[in-house]
Design a protein around this ligand. Structure first.
Ligand code: PMP
Length: 295
């Protein structure tokens, strides 16, 4: 989709106008979902937790045996340069590393060079009403991949299970869907991590249950510590979510967003709870004040 001023997209060392920004049909990112990515926010001229995102990108790449052809600092610089090229102050960056161009076989060894793609754009958020009233959530039957297939910690280009779950959530009238692991434990949502508040303690599923190491999750864990709220990572079931006093999600795009209803159960009194509101406000504060300067 083309915006009013065409975006300048970074691909392998060059900028292309968005209608010219193309990858090969032989790229294994396209053919097999073979690659990794990050979604990163920048607020008022600073990138939030840039180094943490780039660390996670390199960890995902290492796990799938993909060698990124740049250092971490070079990737940070390329990303900042892309935002500058588009003269943006606040927005969202998609950073993608694909396996690169090869032949039609599965083997990654036919792809001599990974491709680095950076798209800096504006962002469309959940409407304000969702932050005031809370999201509607449902459980999806599509499970989070288990550690014995592809580690759920890898932020790979293969998001099909999340997409299948998102389709289910939307078909059931939900805004987001809860994904369980193969044991039926709560892992996370299709594009966000999940938190429960019960009797003043905050709980979030263990990474071992299939949660992504969310950058926002980590930021919120830090905020909870600073605010003196007890927080525990724990194995959780749907029961823990149904009986929660408060329920909220975290993610780069969503930030901290409350949940009002889950599988037809009203959460708490149906309005965002006290701890959720405090963390929403605290998160916004750090998002708009911390970060690596772009200009
Ligand atoms: N889980 C999944 C499956 C995700 O794709 C994301 C990112 N959208 C998250 C959780 C949240 O992670 P982060 O806070 O790093 O954006």
């Amino acid at each position: 989709m083309q915006s009013e001023t065409p975006l300048q997209i970074y691909i392998d060392g060059k900028f292309f106008s968005e209608d010219e920004a193309k990858v090969s049909v032989f790229d294994h990112g396209l053919l097999y979902g073979d690659g990794v990515f990050e979604g990163i926010r920048f607020y008022r001229g600073s990138v939030f937790r840039l180094e943490e995102h780039v660390d996670r990108l390199f960890d995902s790449a290492k796990a799938i045996h993909l060698e990124i052809p740049n250092t971490k600092e070079e990737v940070c610089e390329m990303l900042l340069m892309t935002i500058r090229e588009n003269k943006l102050q606040s927005g969202y960056v998609r950073l993608v590393v694909t396996r690169g161009t090869g032949n039609l076989g599965l083997s990654p060894y036919t792809c001599p060079k990974p491709s680095v793609i950076i798209i800096a754009s504006t962002i469309s958020l959940y409407p304000k009403e969702k932050y005031d009233k809370g999201l509607v959530m449902v459980t999806c039957s599509t499970r989070r991949p288990s550690h014995d297939t592809l580690s759920p910690a890898v932020k790979s280009l293969n998001y099909l299970s999340n997409i299948m779950a998102k389709i289910e959530a939307m078909a059931a009238g939900g805004d987001e869907g809860v994904m369980l692991n193969s044991q039926g434990e709560v892992a996370e949502c299709t594009g966000d991590n999940i938190f429960v508040v019960k009797n003043g303690t905050i709980f979030t599923p263990l990474l071992a249950s299939g949660a992504l190491y969310g950058i926002t999750r980590q930021a919120v864990i830090g905020l909870a510590e600073n605010s003196g709220f007890p927080l525990r990572e724990a194995t959780m079931s749907r029961y823990d979510l149904y009986t929660a006093d408060e329920l909220f999600l975290t993610g780069t795009a969503a930030e901290v967003v409350p949940v009002g209803k889950y599988d037809e159960r009203v959460i708490g009194d149906g309005n965002p709870g006290k701890i959720t509101r405090k963390l929403m406000a605290e998160f916004r504060k750090i998002a708009e004040s911390e970060g690596r300067a772009i200009y």
